[in-house]
Design a binder for this molecule. Structure first.
Ligand code: ADP
Ligand code: MG
Length: 587
């Protein structure tokens, strides 16, 4: 085909695709415009998950009649004039693309009145073409109605998900803005049903209560930045969950940079890092973290959807977030006794010393932790080697009494009664057996089918490069591949099936904190296997001999009290407790 310049219609639909992916993108862009317009009250209404109808109404500054049509031209904005302004963005919008993009792929009705003018303007557009332009009465502010999204882009329309899914994306955006702007009142309704409202009283905690409910909202700890930060130009505010409150994924860590919601793996990791040793493995905190820094220190013009940012100095921001959260946790909630963990050998190169010092600064300062860090470890490789198991963790010999609910085994020990979850117990037994088997297999290396370039965070890349030799000894084969990329040729056999990027990030996290570099990815892989293999299910009748066998195997475990996912395998009712329950006085 010969080269041709695309028609305006095709070009604008292509460009629109980058900004408007689904109904929630429309909501996001319109709400951003309302916030930029200084609104105090923002109402969002949708029908059919936003596919048929979206209306955003605000009481902001409105658009003067003479400029209303211009607002729909591509690259028309009132928020930016010179390229140099890009270095200091203080508004959510600045690309002048949203209204043009939305109008290219839907039917839009735009009613607006500037506070300085006696009468407003009504504009109607269909696929970028203005079909109506007239005067209209309305109070100062703006209302935008977007109907039949993608009516002229069938390919996109096909990719829209169920109404429920689209609604949940809209909910997510609205709650994000409610959290970022507690002084504004946001209201959301779907198909005429009010689903969310923020009070607009300026208090973030009240927004959190509206988003997460009373119990979780009240449990959140307010971030109290430590002294170290008061002189810095970076301010970190917000709320984080106490260590007792956690979730199975990172999805509850919400980050804002200068009032803009951002997706940033590294800052998310900074929050998780701050909980190091405070949370069960594979559990993640809830957090709403606002980073404030001078606008010239962050580039928001990375992507049309503007949810990625680039920092002038990412390390400084990482540390500021990690320290503020850590400080809050240490100050506001007691630290449980440090979990014994395998340390690993560190060479004493100057770079290493520096890294150690840095790691020390990032780590809790309790005496026992300090000790562990100074210790020289026995050996590397076996993930469980060097782990001290406190005697209290071990199980006493138990006598099987019977089974209840074909799910639990009742057993008796010297300290009372034990109710054991048969499935969880079996998972634990298999988990430790598999771990031991794999550790015996040693540091075998398994080549990838093809060498794979893996891009890492600068922090992780630095740590990994520095410890390349140790990691080679563990079965890694990789080399620096320019920038923060490593070319991975082989992984330790223990984690060969895992995603190389995740393995390396986990290893870097362990290097930073002084843990055994492979413990967590190995455990994760093994835990996955165990889930598939665990044969004894709840609801399965067990013969007495089978129960005996399971309990004997559990007694051999180093951590018999939890399954590999951290759930309890057993409930213990002590003799004392039983006596109390029966009113026999204590002991
Ligand atoms: P951007 O927000 O990047 O400037 P948009 O296409 O979203 O680009 O909006 C274009 C312009 O229209 C804005 O710069 C602003 O002047 C005006 N505008 C859009 N929505 C509103 C609103 N709700 N209230 C006041 N002005 C608005
Ligand atoms: Mg905008």
């Amino acid at each position: 085909m010969p080269i041709r310049v695309l028609s305006d219609e095709v070009a604008s639909q292509i460009a629109a695709g980058e900004v408007v992916e689904r109904p929630s993108s429309v909501v996001k862009e319109l709400v951003e415009n309302s916030i930029d317009a200084g609104a105090r009250d923002v109402q969002v209404e949708t029908r059919a998950g936003g596919k048929r109808f979206i209306r955003v109404t605000d009481d902001g500054c409105g658009v003067p009649a003479a400029e209303a049509a211009l607002a729909f031209h591509r690259h028309s904005t009132s928020k930016l004039t010179a390229a140099s302004d890009l270095a200091r963005i203080t508004t959510l919008g600045f690309r002048g693309e949203a209204l043009a993009s939305i109008a290219a792929v839907s039917r839009v009705t735009f009613v607006t009145r500037s506070a300085d003018e006696p009468v407003g303007t009504l504009l109607r557009l269909e696929g970028s073409q203005v079909t109506t332009h007239q005067e209209s009465g309305r109070p100062p502010g703006t209302a935008v109605v977007v109907e039949d999204l993608f009516f002229n882009v069938p390919a996109r329309r096909k990719f829209l998900r169920s109404e429920r899914t689209e609604r949940s994306h809209i909910d997510a955006w609205l709650t994000r803005y409610a959290m970022a702007y507690p002084a504004l009142r946001f209201a959301l309704s779907h198909d005429g049903r009010a689903v969310f409202q923020s009070p607009g009283n300026g208090r973030l905690r009240d927004v959190l209560v509206a988003v997460y409910g009373l119990e979780i909202g009240a449990a959140f700890l307010e971030i109290t930045p430590g002294d170290a930060l008061s002189a810095s130009s970076i301010h970190v505010t917000g709320f984080v969950s106490p260590p007792s409150l956690h979730r199975a994924n990172r999805g509850y860590i919400t980050l804002f940079v200068n009032g803009r919601w951002v997706q940033d793996g590294r800052l998310t990791y900074a929050v998780i890092q701050a909980y190091h040793t405070l949370l069960p493995t594979k559990r993640y905190p809830l957090a709403v973290v606002m980073v404030h820094l001078p606008p010239e220190e962050v580039d928001v013009n990375v992507h049309p959807a503007k949810s990625e940012v680039r920092f002038q100095d990412g390390d400084v921001v990482f540390r500021a977030v990690q320290r503020a959260v850590r400080h809050t946790l240490l100050e506001r909630s007691p630290v449980p006794a440090a979990r014994p963990a395998a340390a690993w050998p560190v060479s004493a190169s100057p770079a290493d010393q520096e890294r150690r010092e840095r790691a020390r600064l990032l780590r809790p300062q309790s005496a026992s932790e300090q000790l562990r860090f100074e210790e020289k470890p026995p050996e590397v490789g076996a993930p469980d080697s060097g782990v001290l198991v406190p005697a209290a963790q071990r199980l006493p010999p138990l006598r099987v009494v019977g089974q209840v609910g074909v799910t639990y085994i009742v057993a008796e020990g010297p300290q009372g009664m034990y109710l054991i979850d048969q499935h969880a117990a079996h998972e634990r037994v298999l988990f430790e057996r598999l771990l031991a088997e794999r550790a015996r297999a040693g540091a075998a290396s398994q080549a990838l089918l093809e060498p794979q370039p893996v891009e890492l965070s600068p922090e992780a890349a630095g740590l990994i490069e520095e410890h390349l030799e140790v990691l080679t000894g563990l079965g890694f084969q990789m080399e620096p591949f320019g920038g923060t990329t490593m070319l991975v040729r082989a992984l330790p056999a223990l984690v060969a099936e895992a995603n190389p990027r995740e393995v390396l990030e986990d290893v870097a996290a362990a290097l930073l904190t002084g843990d055994a570099p492979l413990a967590s990815p190995v455990e994760e892989t093994v835990a996955r296997h165990v889930c598939k293999q665990a044969a004894i299910k709840a609801g399965q009748v067990m013969a007495h001999a089978e129960m005996e066998e399971l309990i004997r195997a559990l007694e051999q475990c180093t951590s018999p009290r939890t399954c590999p996912h951290g759930r309890p395998t057993m409930i213990h009712l002590s003799v004392d407790q039983l006596a109390r329950e029966f009113g026999r006085g204590s002991g």
